[in-house]
Each structure stands twice: as C-alpha cells, then as structure tokens.
Design a protein. Structure first.
Length: 318
C-alpha cells in the first residue's frame, strides 16, 4: 500500500531523514520507534505530503507524491502530536466545522458520521462541552475523530499518547487497535511498551536512518539474554539469599535490587544462555522457611535493542 524509497530530507545542514526505504502493507499497524530527534516527525510529515523530500519517492496506492498529492491526502487521516483544535468551540460544533471543510455537505451523512465517531472515540458525553475544558486525553480523542472524519484508508498518528496518564494511554491504545482491524496505521512513539502492545511491526529509526524493521517477535529473537527473573522473598536476609541463589548454578548472575516493600529482599537474576531457572529457584527456596512473594520471568528484548541501536539521545524531535 505504501512504498518509500531512499527518502531524504535536510533542514539546512541537518539531515533529519537519511535515505529511508520501507514498505507498509495494507491493514498493518506500524510503530515508528525512536528517541527524540530521530526523524520520526519529519518522516510522517513527508508521508502526509505536508513536507517535500529533498530526494526519494513515496508511492501510495499507485499514486505518487507530489504529483498526486490531492488524491493521496484524501486517503490519509493525520493527527499531529499537538492536535490542531479550536479551543473556543464546542466539540460538536468543531466536528461540524471539520466535516464541512472535508466536503461532507449532506446533513444526514454528517450526523451518521458523528454517531460513528462518537462511539469509536468515546465522545458522546462531551459533545456539548467546550474543547478548552477537556483533558489532554479527551482532546486527543477529538483530534482522532478529526483525522477519521472521512473514513480514510490510512491513519498517521504522531506521538498519539504523549503526555497522557496510564488510563488515557490504555484508552487511546484500544481505539488504535479497533481502528487497525480495518485500516493501515502508522504511529510514532518513543515508549517501548506502547509499541510492543499495539503494533504488528516496529521500525526503529535513529539519526534519520532505519536501524531495525521487523515484527516484535522477530526482534526479540534477534537478541540473546533477552529476559530476567524477578524474585522477591520474605523472611530472608540479602546475604543468605544471594549465597543460596548463586549455589544453584555457577553461571547464574544474581543482582540485589530495591524491594517493593521494606520487609522484602528482591533480586534480578540472569544467565548467559537465557535459561529459565524458576523451577530450580523454587525447589531450592522450598527447603528454607522463606516465603516467595514474586517469582516471574520478564522480557527486556526491546529495551536492549533500543539501547543498542539508539545509544546517543538528542533534543527535540524534528
């Protein structure tokens, strides 16, 4: 559906996007992941036709930018990081205004579309409220309804959960998943858990270059030692517990970490071959009078990949 070849964009002496190529399939949710300043926003703006590349090509549904810019823009819904809302308008009036600009002239069609978007984005209780009075999470929902107004085939979202609290993030994530059942979605983020929970595929971009592009599962498989065991004990001293754990296997790496409660001791346990030692740990601790509060295996693959590929952080995204 979307084919990008050798895309490059300069801001004077700064190369914000450096020779990027990728293919985004129909119905795919692609997460564009990277630190601030990596070039995510510039890439999305070029895909929408808002910015022109210095070199390279963008092809969407057999249309080419910039030649077919109007046709391509009719296929895309775009939500920038700061949703461009008119804060002095009521939500309903704003959506009415957007619908008319988008060419939905028939009153019944506008009303039907408002009902659909209200249900999808959870706007029914705020339609009569001024946008200025809404929380950032609700403003993002209104912005998403704006982007979805003409039922576009492609949805491009720039940091859609930036600045939201955990509940609001979960709500926007669920909306994206629902929309993604029918549409192609590209969204940028620097939150690893967000990308992992929402995307079919992740492209990591750093210093304007794509440094990784694959499914979450395949990215995890590419990293060794990608998990650790989190153990919390009650009734044990730090030194005694450390000695017992190290006696299980000579290659076991046992690191004491800050416990979640004062009367506990907690450890992060890894092994060179990424072997799961939970059964061995359980049986060994069973011989003592200590109580296991937590014994879980956690993945750190994406964090490790991200750190290895984007070690040098920059300032604001460009």
């Amino acid at each position: 559906m979307i084919e990008v070849q050798n895309l490059t964009r300069h801001y004077k002496d700064l190369c914000a996007v450096d020779n990027i190529s990728m293919t985004i399939r129909k119905g795919e949710i692609l997460g564009l992941l990277g630190p601030n300043g990596a070039g995510k926003t510039t890439t999305l703006r070029m895909l929408t036709g808002y910015l022109s590349p210095n070199s390279g090509t963008i092809k969407i549904n057999d249309f080419h930018l910039p030649k077919d810019a109007i046709k391509i823009k009719s296929l895309i819904g775009y939500l920038p990081e700061s949703a461009p809302l008119y804060h002095n308008m009521l939500v309903y009036d704003y959506l009415e205004y957007v619908a008319r600009i988008k060419g939905i002239d028939d009153k019944e069609k506008r009303y039907d579309r408002f009902l659909q978007l209200s249900d999808l984005c959870g706007l029914s209780s705020i339609m009569a409220q001024p946008i200025a009075n809404l929380s950032k999470g609700l403003k993002q929902r209104v912005g998403l309804a704006h982007a979805m107004m003409t039922d576009p085939q492609i949805l491009i979202l720039d940091e859609p959960t930036s600045g939201l609290d955990p509940n609001q993030i979960a709500e926007i994530r669920n909306i994206i998943k629902t929309i993604g059942k029918e549409k192609t979605i590209i969204f940028s983020t620097h939150i690893l858990s967000e990308a992992e929970a929402t995307c079919d595929r992740i492209a990591i971009i750093n210093k304007g270059k794509v440094v990784a592009d694959d499914t979450t599962a395949n990215l995890k498989l590419s990293v060794k030692q990608n998990s650790f065991i989190k153990l919390s004990l009650k009734g044990a001293s730090k030194d005694d517990a450390t000695s017992l754990l190290k006696s299980i296997h000579p290659n076991l790496n046992v690191k004491n970490v800050e416990p979640v409660e004062e009367d506990l001791v907690s450890f992060k346990i890894t092994s060179p071959d990424d072997r799961d030692f939970r059964s061995d740990i359980y049986l060994k601790i069973k011989e003592t009078n200590w109580i296991i509060i937590q014994l879980t295996k956690k993945s750190q693959a994406l964090e490790k990949i991200f750190q290895e590929l984007t070690q040098e952080k920059t300032g604001e995204d460009v």
